[in-house]
Design a protein around this ligand. Sequence first.
Ligand code: COA
Length: 169
Amino acid sequence: MVAIREIGESAFDEQAFMALLKDSVDSGASIGFLAPLAAEEGREFWRAVLSELADGRILLGAYVEGKLVGSVQLAPVAKPNARHRAEVQKLMVLQASRGRGVAKALMAAIERKAAELGRWLLVLDTVPRQPAEMLYERLGYVRAGVVPDYAESSSGGFDPTVIFYKRLA
Ligand SMILES: CC(C)(COP(=O)(O)OP(=O)(O)OC[C@H]1O[C@@H](n2cnc3c(N)ncnc32)[C@H](O)[C@@H]1OP(=O)(O)O)[C@@H](O)C(=O)NCCC(=O)NCCS
């Protein structure tokens, strides 16, 4: 049974979140880093995330038997004309915990949170032909288009990204 919790600075377990990020990056996920993840890059990333919680960023953790197995973030857009919009970022699940509905539970929770905050238009992007693309399509995200050569790939060259959006009911 997976439990989803919103994480504030006091509940943040740096070691567990570092291990989660490293597991995803080193498995080839395109989430902003090149493999192998350098510890300092990971620490800097999580420090920045924590510092943005005060500005409205939402960090959710997924726990199975008390262990962190997944995470996702919501970044509400701060622009005055975009108070209805937010970006879903950095969905990741430990390799050993994949295929059991953890990502689905995280996405359901982040959508509930977005709706509570009045953010009814969600946008996100991901590398095509990866599990995440199937997941977002299954959850009703609409494909807006593909940007070629969007991000450097850990395996060399550049990967495209596919942009999705979803209007919450
Ligand atoms: C994408 C990711 C988060 C999915 O996590 P997960 O917990 O395994 O996903 P779930 O078990 O909740 O699966 C939900 C749905 O996603 C799709 N899906 C998940 N893994 C899949 C796979 N390997 N192949 C095809 N579809 C897959 C399925 O539609 C599945 O629904 P179903 O089981 O009812 O068919 C996980 O693979 C991951 O962390 N990848 C690396 C990080 C990454 O790429 N993040 C996306 C950044 S935008």
